[in-house]
Design a protein around this ligand. Structure first.
Ligand SMILES: C[S@@+](CC[C@H](N)C(=O)[O-])C[C@H]1O[C@@H](n2cnc3c(N)ncnc32)[C@H](O)[C@@H]1O
Length: 203
């Protein structure tokens, strides 16, 4: 069905809102994505059309709804060791250069999504800057999406998510789930303790 003029205004309203709040650009042509992702919010409030939901937002809804909106419209795609060469660069070039002999440092994963990036950094640091050897490091992991952060803090992943990691790291850094958690792996507490997750909007 063709998009009606009043719907065009609604989509433009949502596109402007998410840009103003997070600098996320949802270009025109993403109408289907917007509608699909906001469907749950519309149903939650009992709205049948996107226009009704937009009117509710325009009237000045609360912060909680805006948080749900951001959660719905952010794309949290990630994986362990995504773009592996970045991690090699971090431990092989960047850190040795900036540390210049210091043994205490902090790393910031600034849009960490569901945590895989922050944990990947921690695994790499664990391998190259062992804590037993007096290295003092921690990772701050932040994102604007509260949903993504909840999952990141849990640190529980389905087995297939671990396939991009060396097999030896499965045992070293994860606890294997039993019974109802069969097929899932949880980051070991010693690694989770090195990471602090916080909501930060980069804007
Ligand atoms: C595609 S994911 C990338 C995750 C990870 N950095 C990686 O490369 O695998 C992008 C993340 O950026 C977050 N994001 C978008 N705009 C943001 C903002 N203004 N402040 C903080 N995080 C933001 C989204 O919530 C999402 O989780």
């Amino acid at each position: 069905m063709a998009t009606q003029p009043e719907q065009i205004n609604d989509y433009a309203f949502i596109i402007n809102l998410i840009y103003a709040r997070c600098r996320i650009r949802l270009h025109e042509g993403k109408e289907h994505l917007i509608k699909a992702r906001l469907g749950k919010r519309m149903r939650h409030h009992g709205f049948e059309t996107l226009s009704q939901y937009c009117d509710y937002l325009r009237r000045g809804c609360d912060e909680v709804e805006l948080t749900h909106l951001v959660d719905a419209l952010t794309t949290n795609y990630t994986q362990f060791l995504r773009e592996r060469e970045h991690f090699d660069f971090l431990v092989g070039t960047a850190l040795p250069t900036v540390l210049a002999g210091r043994r205490r440092f902090r790393v910031w994963s600034a849009a960490c999504a569901t945590g895989e990036e922050a944990y990947s950094v921690a695994f790499y640091l664990w391998e190259h800057f062992p804590l037993m050897a007096e290295w003092d490091w921690q990772v701050l992991a932040t994102d604007v999406s509260t949903n993504a952060l909840t999952r990141a803090r849990q640190g529980v992943y389905r087995e297939e998510r671990l396939r991009s990691l060396p097999p030896a790291w499965w045992r070293k850094y994860f606890q294997k789930g039993q019974q109802s958690w069969e097929g899932h792996y949880r980051i070991k507490p010693a690694v989770r303790e090195r990471i602090r997750f916080e909501q930060i909007n980069l804007l």
